[in-house]
Design a protein around this ligand. Structure first.
Ligand SMILES: Cc1cc2nc3c(=O)[nH]c(=O)nc-3n(C[C@H](O)[C@H](O)[C@H](O)COP(=O)(O)O)c2cc1C
Length: 208
């Protein structure tokens, strides 16, 4: 594997006790070296009452000891699945860096104030789109979407405050299990797992 100039691999035998530090390091590395326009993109896997797993890409917008935060429409398919079964997994893959990061745990909604703060940071067009979209519901045609967007844009012209719909908010995936995967030669990869236990992080290495 030829790595980008300036990028240095983590010493997987000395990852340190705090997985948050490593996650932030890996996300910073991805922002700098992954060559990806959305280095914070992750697949979010959910499974509702019907037991059918579903995955789709989302953008990570927050990460701290409370969990990893993504924003979406709670009335979407994923929103329904999470309402039925509030557990999810997030999966990042940075090809050029030979890294995979997995996070899984219970899901909770962020506080309104946190969602509001993120909402106002979004461009007007994204806010209008967020209000206009009945995400995941059947849409007759592209014209119906354009009409809805035009209605919302007329209601909240450029420069005005677009209120955040209550169903558009952040979901936080608790850090219950985290796995750092670093590609190795001959498929002999490094896998280090951090599991949250009452006494702290339990750290284990896994066969590749
Ligand atoms: C790179 C990328 C980033 C995306 N980011 C988001 C996001 O942050 N929030 C979101 O709701 N959908 C995002 N989407 C769209 C979702 O993948 C998905 O189509 C949408 O959320 C509906 O999913 P659902 O029907 O399973 O609920 C993104 C798609 C891609 C390809």
């Amino acid at each position: 594997m030829s790595l980008p100039e300036g990028f240095s691999l983590t010493d997987m035998d000395r990852l340190g006790p705090d997985p948050l530090v490593i996650m932030h390091q890996w996300l910073d590395d991805a922002a700098q070296y992954s060559g990806r326009p959305n280095p914070n993109a992750a697949a979010l896997a959910t499974c509702g009452r019907d037991g059918q797993p579903a995955a789709r890409m989302l953008l990570l917008k927050g990460l701290d000891a409370r969990g990893a935060v993504v924003y979406t429409n709670l009335q979407s398919d994923k929103g329904t699945q999470i309402a039925e079964n509030p557990h999810a997994a997030l999966l990042f893959h940075w090809d050029l860096l030979g890294r995979q990061l997995r996070i899984s745990g219970a899901v909770s909604q962020v506080e309104d104030a946190e969602a509001d703060a993120y909402w106002v940071s979004r461009p007007w067009g994204s806010q209008v789109g967020g209000v206009a979209s009945d995400q995941s519901r059947p849409l007759a045609d592209r014209g119906a979407l354009a009409d809805r967007v035009a209605e919302v844009a007329e209601l909240y012209p450029v420069g005005s405050e677009v209120p955040r719909p209550a169903h558009w908010t952040g979901l936080r995936v608790a850090l219950e299990r985290i796995e750092f995967w670093q590609e190795g030669d001959d498929r002999l990869h490094d896998r280090i797992v951090y599991e949250a236990k009452p006494g702290g992080w339990e750290i284990s290495r896994r066969w590749p």
